[in-house]
Design a protein around this ligand. Sequence first.
Ligand code: SF4
Ligand SMILES: [Cu+2]
Length: 405
Amino acid sequence: MLNACNFRCTYCDNHQGEHYFDRPDPERLDTQQGKRLLERMITGTPAIYWCGGEPTLRNDLPELLDHAWHLGFFPNMINTNGSLLHQRLLKPAWQGFLWQMDVVIISLDGLTLSMLNKLWGVKRPEQVMVNLLLMRELRKLVKFKLVVNTVITPETIDEARAVFDLVCDLDIWFVPVPVNYRHEPNRELLNHPRYRQLADLILARKKEGHKIIGSAELLRRLLFCEPYHCVTALKPHVWSNGEICWPCRASSNVAPVNINLLDYNSFDDAYEAGGRHINPNFFGINGKSYPATKRIGIKQGEWIRIRLINASGKPHHMHLHGHDFWWVSQDGNDLAEPRHINTVHVEPGGTYDIMVYGDNPGYWTFHDHATTRVTNNGIYPGGMLTVLEYEDFTPTYTPSVSVDQ
Ligand code: SF4
Ligand SMILES: [Cu+2]
């Protein structure tokens, strides 16, 4: 919602290695623009995670929330440092706030005031604790989910443990956040024996049924920073000026493209426009580009089944030389009538099974028929190219994948 903040957390990071509070946001949207942005956003996502900087610094937050609520957004979630809630909730404009906000996430990284003082760079960190208890009381009157979010640094592992014990006692939801920098995990923290103890304890309590956000599997990956597929398109990130985070500003190997949602009628239009700026130049099969791709083996008189899973956002047209194969199933369902073809069109997200019968000994190209996809940064042969190789065939020549033999 904005970059400004009344805190100065040492770990603050806008995913690009900068503090939110240091970033000017001259293009911050006014209330009317904010409402228009919400009307675009509802075309692409049912939920909102309101964040900043510190979102409660915006006086029009309740008005924008009300607009979002009437548009049908659910759930509305807010991530706040919690320091201003006692003042804000007394204002008439904020009266409906807790009725319309489904999840309130307050950051609390420890219980020792002198430590929070330094970590957050604020004079009265105790106000956050008071406000957390206030929210816990209000929860008895209004139905919303109260969550504590704890950033864990190598220096504050025991503090995080204390917060975790407290929220378990107080019946408040918990989300642990191992500190990171530009999405790089902190190895010192992850290797720290006391951190590992804490992580195990969190997982054990999750199993016991304590209120800890996420599935046990996701939680474990989050705690130990294990890889998972980050599907940016599933939870679009909109900056305070209306630009969407396209394709992903946290990723250092993709140049960001500025696409402002306010310039388009819908999320789909904006995404399509963003996609036109992307010119991918490396392509792979099972994570490898030719010539590193794995060959597909077959014997004479044998049937093999190949499962094509398109994990990309673009269609691929997989073409086999020397054979017509049978396209037999799609997304795990057998086709009523298998088709005898030599090129199968694999849609993004689709799983297609083909069956090949070994009746033409030799070395045969199998590749995406789009020319750019069989190059490595413009050089042919490369990318999505491999070979169907007869294992019981002895060639009288040196096989080369890019030439049929
Ligand atoms: S409360 Fe959030 S935005 Fe504000 S300084 Fe701390 S981490 Fe940064
Ligand atoms: Cu070809």
